[in-house]
Design a protein around this ligand. Structure first.
Ligand code: CA
Ligand code: ZN
Length: 300
């Protein structure tokens, strides 16, 4: 298996970035990722007022995938997530949903107990591990997008469904796609209300496959039971509208089923779910059960 260390990181997804690694389509890579603070919060003495904010949200990469072309897609299957032993969480003034209540940063370090599958918040509270990748994506079509902002290229989507066993499909804007990932969380609730998950460094193992004939507008995610569109916009409302419309378009284009019928059936079975509501763009996913897609004759 190919391996990529975290010596080369991106702070923005960009068509101009020099590849850190080139892989063949279909290759699996184990990628070392820093936490969203660039590994700068290590002890309870490390205060967020003093960290280098130019070094946050690093994504390791980019990885050039042979055969990925503009107008096509990159398929990314998450084969595994390995977490380091300690996480850092934070909130602060004007950050997250409750930032109006704070005057300063707060941070909390937690130990990961991989054997028990929990994060130790306190002696009384152990939180089940729910590993996920917060920042994952490809180079965007236009100007570079900093790794703290989500969009059609992926980026800081902070979606709890981006976990082991899931497959993402990204619209490709440049030769090689220029894939990167980072910002893993040991646990996070939908919404990410404080502005952070249990931020942790680790290893992500992904299989990268070029799909030159698949045209997408926004990222699509698939897991064992569901397939959905992940959309980002200025508000949760706008992001939800975008995800629903796009799923309807995908289904209509590929099945020919009338839009009114599609919308009625989706209303019975599909879920609008919040990814995050705290980043510069908000992110929502619209998840459709696969048994419904099968019955409609849908395939990507
Ligand atoms: Ca994040
Ligand atoms: Zn994060």
């Amino acid at each position: 298996m190919r391996q990529l260390n975290d010596e080369r990181v991106l702070f923005a997804f960009s068509r101009e970035a020099e590849p850190a690694l080139t892989v063949k389509s279909g290759e699996t890579v184990r990628i070392r990722t820093q936490d969203c603070f660039g590994n700068q919060v290590r002890s309870s003495d490390d205060v967020l007022d003093e960290i280098d904010w130019d070094r946050i949200n690093p994504a390791t990469g980019p990885v050039y995938v042979e055969g990925a072309i503009p107008g096509g897609a990159l398929k990314v299957t998450i084969e595994g997530i390995e977490l380091d032993a300690q996480t850092a969480s934070c909130t602060g003034k004007d950050e997250g949903v409750c930032g109006d209540r704070f005057e300063a940063w707060s941070t909390r370090l937690c130990a990961v107990d991989a054997e028990k599958g929990v994060l130790s918040w306190s002696d009384e509270l152990s939180i089940p591990l729910k590993p996920m990748i917060g920042v994952i994506g490809v180079a965007p079509a236009g100007e570079p997008v900093n790794c703290g902002t989500p969009g059609s290229h992926g980026g800081n989507m902070d979606a709890t469904v981006v976990t082991t066993g899931a497959t993402l499909y990204f619209p490709v804007a440049t030769e090689g796609a220029l894939f990167g990932c980072g910002d893993m969380h040991a646990a996070m609730g939908d919404g990410e209300v404080s502005v952070s998950g249990a931020e942790v460094a680790g290893w992500a193992t992904v299989t990268l496959t070029a799909l030159p004939d698949l045209h997408l507008v926004d990222p699509v995610i698939e897991n064992e039971t569901h397939m959905g569109v992940i959309a980002s916009a200025e508000s949760l409302d706008a992001a939800a509208d975008r995800a629903v419309h796009e799923m309807v378009d995908l289904l209509h284009d590929r099945t020919g089923v009338a839009v009114d019928e599609l919308v009625m059936v989706l209303s019975l079975v599909a879920d609008v779910q919040v990814c995050q509501m705290v980043d510069p763009q908000k992110t929502v996913r619209f998840m459709v059960p696969k048994y419904v897609l099968g019955a409609l004759g849908f395939a990507l």
